[in-house]
Design a protein around this ligand. Structure first.
Ligand SMILES: C[S@@+](CC[C@H](N)C(=O)[O-])C[C@H]1O[C@@H](n2cnc3c(N)ncnc32)[C@H](O)[C@@H]1O
Ligand SMILES: [Zn+2]
Length: 292
């Protein structure tokens, strides 16, 4: 590494640590749950001396055990290309921003649980007409590396959404987009009037791809919705359906970003030979409030 690159990396760690220090009161040790402080612009340390470092990319590593994330770098790059270059989830991001505008005050903290490569949180924070402190966590190192490389003005942490490094009653908004959930942890973290917004695929999501691969196997999200309704004070549910025309490179990104295609390579190859395809995007957006 040359000297300039070394200094830039060192600065990123320090800049990020100094930014996060302003919000250190939000954090709790994921091992003993005591308060935490940012020390010497390089680590979070709890009152029992458990230590978690800021990485050179600028995120904090709060993992207390090694994990083998099942998502690789290529998947997150493909998701990022589709979101940033193709606007694949733009209507979704606008819909979520409208919900946040309707349910929240003017200065808000947003936690994205399972944020992947971070583009949803970045886009939504830019669209909402609020002052936002944005925090994204993901268990995947490749996802979180990408967040902190591309988006500077957020707090990014590698952490398990079942054991998050935050104090109780900390967030106004929790996002959970196409990711696993832990409802006990969500309820613990939400402020009294906070909202959780969960996005789940609905029956038409990527149906052109599923018809090709699974010969029309139907898909239902009924159990997921039922579990959500049992775990929160249910506020509302919105269906969002739209289509996108994807050209050749974007079709490749779509196939890369979707784990369901990985074991079915030969069946998706015919997709790659088309000049363009129309793809359906179909979500249920579930809105809930704290159940405690
Ligand atoms: C399908 S991806 C969705 C990512 C992002 N929300 C998006 O829509 O682009 C699911 C994400 O959940 C993350 N994830 C899975 N289990 C997790 C856990 N226990 N804690 C935190 N993140 C987790 C994965 O690493 C992955 O980034
Ligand atoms: Zn501790």
């Amino acid at each position: 590494m040359n000297e300039v690159a070394f200094v830039l990396q060192k600065n990123k760690r320090i800049l990020s640590a100094n930014y996060v220090k302003e919000f250190e009161a939000m954090f709790a040790c994921p091992i003993c749950h005591s308060t935490m402080k940012v020390m010497e612009s390089k680590s979070f340390i709890c009152s029992n001396h458990h230590t978690f470092d800021f990485t050179k990319q600028g995120y904090v590593n709060f993992m207390t055990r090694p994990v083998n994330g099942k998502y690789n770098k290529e998947l997150f790059e493909a998701r990022r290309n589709l979101i940033v270059d193709e606007g694949f989830f733009e209507p979704l991001n606008h819909e979520i921003a409208d919900i946040i505008n309707a349910y929240s005050g003017n200065t808000i903290s947003i936690l994205d649980m399972g944020c992947g490569e971070g583009s949803h949180l970045n886009n939504i924070s830019m669209i909402v007409n609020k002052d936002v402190v944005g925090v994204g966590i993901d268990i995947s190192k490749e996802g979180i590396k990408s967040t902190s490389k591309n988006y500077n003005d957020k707090i990014w942490a590698m952490a398990d959404l079942a054991n998050t490094p935050f104090q109780d009653v900390t967030f106004d908004v929790i996002l959970n987009i196409l990711s696993p959930s832990n409802y006990t942890e969500c309820n613990r973290l939400l402020k009294t009037n906070g909202v959780v917004i969960k996005v789940v695929p609905s029956s038409g999501y990527l149906k052109e791809l599923r018809e090709r691969i699974f010969a029309n196997r139907s898909y239902s999200n009924m159990n997921t919705i039922k579990r959500f309704q049992e775990n929160f004070r249910f506020v509302d549910q919105k269906r969002l359906t739209y289509t996108k025309i994807l050209d050749k490179p974007a079709i490749e990104w779509l196939i890369q970003m979707t784990p369901m295609t990985w074991s079915k390579k030969e069946k998706v190859i015919t997709f790659l030979n088309k000049e363009s395809v129309q793809i359906t995007i179909d979500f249920d957006i579930l809105i809930g409030k704290n159940n405690l």
